[in-house]
Write a protein that binds this ligand. Structure first.
Ligand code: PLP
Length: 387
């Protein structure tokens, strides 16, 4: 490997949300990575910082071009410049879209368990989340199509916030599923907000499929939210793009985003996508190898050493979803116990909505040494708990 993902990094006392914890705590919860980003990105940032002037910025054409280049090359999705709107983040875009494309008291559908912050974007804006709970059987998740259709058909339902690939379960949606979801949403006039921020981090040899790329119906009835932030570990830079081919939806969204003041880029946000997409390809492909080796390592260890836990097989995300129902149906209680007894800090599945309670989520975007440490803590906690 050209890049060394084993290289230790120390994020304590760096104002990191994840690492602002007690000394004995090993944080493997919030979704950011412990690796330095690509050296090519760091070099580009240094060059810009060395200019010494950090005034107001324009959005350079090269930023838009870099997204077009990457999605075309990697996902065969041809994005047009006139479809694109810069935003400071995926969540600001989702919240803004909810405010502009739905009305107060409308329903917004989410497929649960799902990234918890979607609920904030809905509830904080006075809309109602409707949970289309995924069917879970023998470690596999499927859509409950009848329930989805019932919820989309309700008169007050106006948007679906879709997670592609799906956090926390790590599912890559198939083309057929994307087409079927798109058709159902179109049938009931429900706009799709497709959050694709985890798209670049898939198992080597596997790729996610952009929602809008599979049919004209999907293209014309969706907002696709993409960014280099999550997968290149530059979330603190706050840069993202909304892709909205439908001119009416784009106009409404863009007006809202401007009113919400989320449409201006900070100094590093103006160059981050170009650095990631033009210079970071080798880095991210090696990162995928490393992260998925971590995932497989953890799965094999748990199957052998902690067989009361069940790892959900997944081809996307650096997050691992673990079924703890054989140990304790209330995963939150177990999460607290693991943290108290060993300092291993995982996310509880309950925050992700219906179907999440008996699960824990573990962030594996960290050095293998941390993974090994985490597993011995986990084993110790589960052994103690079962006694
Ligand atoms: C599915 C998903 N969407 C969005 C975000 C956050 O995106 P942003 O930082 O661009 O608001 C996260 C962060 O964990 C996420 O998992």
């Amino acid at each position: 490997m050209k890049y060394n993902f084993d290289k230790p990094t120390n994020r304590r006392n760096t104002y990191s949300v994840k690492w602002d914890v007690k000394d004995n705590v090993l944080p493997m919860w919030i979704a950011d990575m412990d690796f330095e980003t690509a050296p090519e990105i760091i070099e580009g940032f240094k060059e810009r910082i060395n200019q010494g002037i950090y005034g107001y910025n324009i959005l350079p054409p090269s930023m838009f071009e870099s997204y077009i280049y990457w999605w075309n090359k990697r996902y065969h999705f041809e994005i047009k410049k006139e479809w694109m709107v810069f935003s400071t983040g995926v969540i600001p875009s989702i919240s803004s879209a909810v405010r502009r494309l739905t009305e107060v008291a409308n329903n917004v559908v989410v497929m649960t368990p799902v990234y918890n912050i979607f609920f904030n974007s809905i509830v904080n804006n006075g809309r109602k989340p409707l949970q289309n709970k995924l069917l879970y059987k023998d470690g596999i998740y499927e859509v409950d199509w009848a329930d989805l259709e019932n919820k989309l058909a309700l008169e007050e339902t106006s948007a679906l916030i879709f997670c592609n690939p799906h956090n926390p379960i790590g599912k890559i949606w198939t083309k057929e599923e994307l087409i079927r979801i798109g058709e159902l949403c179109k049938k009931y006039n429900v706009v799709v907000i497709s959050d694709e921020v985890h798209g670049d981090l898939t198992r080597p040899g596997k790729s996610y499929i952009p929602f809008a790329s599979v049919s004209e119906t999907n293209l014309n009835n969706s907002l696709t939210l993409i960014a280099p932030t999550k997968c290149f570990n530059i979330a603190g830079i706050q840069t993202s793009m909304a892709v909205i081919p439908n001119p009416y939806l784009k106009h409404k969204f863009e007006r809202g985003l401007n009113t919400d003041e989320c449409a201006e880029a900070n100094t590093l946000a103006t160059i981050a996508p170009q650095l990631a997409f033009y210079k970071g390809e080798e880095w991210i492909d090696e990162l995928r190898e490393y992260v998925f080796a971590n995932k497989d390592y953890v799965r094999d260890y748990i199957n052998k050493e902690i067989p009361s836990l069940k790892v959900i097989e997944s081809d996307a995300l650096y997050l691992l979803w673990i079924d703890v129902s054989n140990v304790e149906p209330n995963g939150t209680k177990l999460r607290d116990y693991i943290l108290d007894t060993t300092g291993l800090y995982l996310s509880d599945g309950e925050e992700y909505g219906e179907g999440g309670l008996s699960f824990l989520r573990m962030n594996l975007a960290t050095q293998r040494s941390n993974v090994i440490d985490a597993l011995s803590r986990l084993k110790k906690a589960i052994d103690l708990y079962q006694k």
